[in-house]
Design a protein around this ligand. Structure first.
Ligand SMILES: CC(=O)SCCNC(=O)CCNC(=O)[C@H](O)C(C)(C)COP(=O)(O)OP(=O)(O)OC[C@H]1O[C@@H](n2cnc3c(N)ncnc32)[C@H](O)[C@@H]1OP(=O)(O)O
Length: 415
């Protein structure tokens, strides 16, 4: 018997839930104009509330999405967010009860994977979430950067809704090319681009292979197909590095079809006048920005942090959906306290995965498997850190060979 209960919220309760969540982050309630954007991000059946004494005391929700896995499959995915418990009700099991309800509901609805961004690292491991992708933050001293190469295509600024429309189309086409990327739901764009663009002067520049000039609106490519975009904003300051806060260009979102488009987009931002510093947050680990520059020390990696916390809701479906390299098979033993139907032995081979009764050669909790699932961390590293048990000592190396990926997983979408 608990002193609170968990319910699916209805339309009349979303704003209370939003205000409650913001309160747990020490923010005041959203004013009406902001709420108009946030309202769109509540989907029927996806928001939960915890109630006690007739009041809402906790909430969490998810957004409908898809997630790309190694080999190119794209799986039903829930992006979990707005998790909060009112300060006078914390550490009494409210989040645990909401997690239990949400994990069960998501799995029943057919989602194979859930991911989230964690406010604190101590919270989500117990519920089966593990760090599955990481990102980097870069800072470039633009005046020292001296790019080694010149653009080969055309990058044009596209104003307003036309820019957002092109960016959305390119994002949907390009992002699933990397494991760990997620589909963005419609409200993501309105909250993160449309609202912010209006308030903070966000610009979108679109790249095409053509070298001709475009019309004044920039909405259509002069010739050649669009193959990448960058969204950015400039925070004015001083462009003299010795004088106060430097004028900083922030790269908010950058996607390209190939290396040529990628380099042109970076060269474009590096070429914008009266900017002293370029900062980019949430970029992939393997992005070779330093190699574009004459002075590689002009680019500093200022952070590398956990990005995706991933939960395998349906372990058999998730293991079956990704591909494996040619290597000797291994039998994994999975433990899962919250979704016990996932627990058991799985034989992983280059040709696929089957559930077996064999004794496991490598035993791990579902959050640890989540960290290795997209290839971000090796089983050997996890064994060294004592995050898994290897009754068969050769098993971690065999699992590494099977799960190896050539490109580090990355999401690139903050929510
Ligand atoms: C995806 C997102 O939205 S991230 C945003 C998350 N929200 C926030 O950070 C807002 C501020 N914090 C909160 O609202 C709450 O503290 C929450 C939601 C993080 C936790 O809610 P609670 O109801 O207190 O969690 P609950 O009581 O179920 O805790 C379960 C266990 O997790 C532990 N735990 C929960 N939160 C934390 C934390 N922030 N740090 C360390 N341990 C924690 C508890 O100690 C407990 O451990 P135990 O089982 O060993 O006793």
């Amino acid at each position: 018997m608990t002193d609170h209960d968990i319910r699916v919220l209805d339309d009349s309760q979303y704003r209370t839930a939003h205000t409650l969540f913001r309160g747990t982050l020490h923010h005041t309630a959203a004013p009406d104009d902001q709420w108009a954007f946030a309202r769109e991000s509540y989907d029927e059946g996806r928001a939960f509330g915890a109630f006690a004494d007739g009041e809402m005391i906790g909430t969490l929700q998810s957004f409908p999405s898809r997630l790309a896995v190694p080999g190119g499959a794209v799986l039903p995915h829930a992006a979990v967010s707005r998790v909060g418990v009112r300060a006078d009700w914390t550490r009494r099991g409210v989040l645990s009860a909401m997690q239990r309800a949400q994990l069960r509901a998501l799995r029943s609805a057919g989602d194979v994977i859930a991911t989230l961004r964690a406010s604190e690292t101590a919270i989500y491991g117990r519920y089966g979430y593990g760090v599955a992708t990481r990102y980097r933050a870069l800072r470039i001293d633009r005046l020292k950067a001296a790019p080694r190469t010149r653009p080969v295509g055309r990058v044009r600024l596209v104003e307003g809704e036309a820019g957002e429309r092109i960016a959305r189309g390119l994002f949907d086409e390009l992002s699933p090319g990397r494991a760990g990327t997620i589909a963005r739901w419609p409200a993501w764009w309105s909250l993160n681009v449309r609202r912010v663009a209006a308030e903070e002067n966000v610009k979108i520049a679109v790249r095409s292979a053509a070298s001709g000039t475009s019309g004044t609106s920039g909405a259509s490519a002069a010739s050649g197909e669009d193959d990448g975009y960058v969204a950015f904003k400039v925070v004015p300051g001083s462009h003299d590095p010795n004088e106060g806060k430097p004028t900083t260009l922030m790269v908010l979102d950058l996607w390209a079809r190939d290396a040529e488009a990628w380099a042109d987009l970076w060269l474009f931002v590096l070429g914008i006048d009266l900017v002293a510093e370029i900062s980019a947050f949430g970029r992939p680990l393997d992005e070779p920005v330093q190699w574009l520059l004459g002075d590689r020390r002009a680019c500093r990696i200022v952070d590398e942090a956990d990005e995706t916390w991933l939960r395998l809701l349906d372990v058999p479906a998730a293991l079956a959906a990704r591909t494996y390299r040619q290597a000797e098979p291994v039998v994994l033993g999975v433990r899962d306290a919250y979704l016990p139907e996932n627990a058991g032995s799985y034989r992983v081979t280059a040709d696929g995965v089957t559930r077996v009764d064999d004794a496991p050669e490598l035993v791990l909790d579902v959050d640890v498997l989540a960290s290795a699932y997209l290839g971000d961390v090796s089983f050997t590293s996890l064994a060294a850190a004592r995050r898994l048990d290897a009754p068969t000592p050769t098993a971690p190396a065999r699992a590494d060979a099977l799960f190896a990926v050539s490109t580090p997983p990355w999401s690139g979408t903050y929510f």
